[in-house]
Write a protein that binds this ligand. Structure first.
Ligand SMILES: [Zn+2]
Length: 231
């Protein structure tokens, strides 16, 4: 049995509500990571996600590379998104019981990496329960100790863009690749995953309902989606 936690980055988008509806039809609860600035301007899809069973986490305010920020600039990015998400949960009439965080691009801040981890810990961010993730590279890179939520498998569907030459065929190849250059093979028996997908309208324009195509494939392969769980 392959078990996976689904995470979806970069909400809100025009397709956020449709994704939430699909997830509910499929019985999948995901963590959706929101950008604070976009959520302030367009709160409705984020409120919809919260009210329809998804956990919304902090994906910074303006989606910068944290390695290009000073420590104080990075902390401001985290805190401003928190303020926006607190407002979203208040608008939704829902209590905020967990606070996962994901760095944009998985960029943990290089020279400030330890300081950002301390900041996340002090602020009470929630660490996803990754104790069942079996990969040695996960532990060797200290990911089992980090508070932020990284991933073990990236669909790379966001690379499908006009002129990029990257197509859905490349995404399917990646899904079926038993030896990917980074991350872990998706369909390895007994594997455990944190999956990374994005809520991007640009992808939907080129591959309508891409999230349904991809996640249906996982369901057809018997992947069991686990509910977000924190330690
Ligand atoms: Zn992102």
């Amino acid at each position: 049995m392959i078990r996976a936690l689904l995470t979806i980055d970069d909400i809100p988008s025009d397709n956020t509500c449709a994704i939430v509806d699909y997830l509910n039809e499929a019985g999948i609860q995901a963590i959706m990571f929101a950008e604070g600035e976009k959520a302030e301007k367009n709160p409705e899809p984020v409120v919809y996600a919260v009210q329809h069973g998804m956990i919304v986490g902090n994906h910074s305010y303006s989606h910068p590379h944290f390695s290009e920020l000073s420590l104080s600039e990075g902390i401001r990015e985290i805190d401003r998104c928190e303020t926006a998400l607190n407002q979203i949960y208040e608008m939704a009439g829902m209590e905020r019981t967990c606070r996962p965080f994901r760095f944009p691009y998985g960029d943990k801040g290089k020279k400030n990496r330890d300081a950002f981890q301390s900041c996340l810990r002090e602020r009470g961010f929630s660490k996803v329960n990754d104790t069942t993730i079996p990969y040695t590279w996960w532990r060797e890179n200290g990911l089992d100790r980090d508070i932020d939520t990284l991933w073990t498998f990236d669909f790379t569907e966001y690379r499908i863009r006009p002129g990029s030459g990257y197509t859905m065929e490349d995404v399917w190849k990646r899904i079926r690749n038993p030896n990917p250059e980074n991350g872990a093979a998706l369909y390895m028996p007994e594997s455990r995953h944190i999956l990374l997908l994005h809520a991007h309208d640009e992808t939907d324009e080129l591959v309508p309902g891409y999230y349904r195509l991809l996640l249906d494939d996982l369901l057809n392969h018997g992947v069991q989606f686990v509910k977000p769980d924190f330690v």
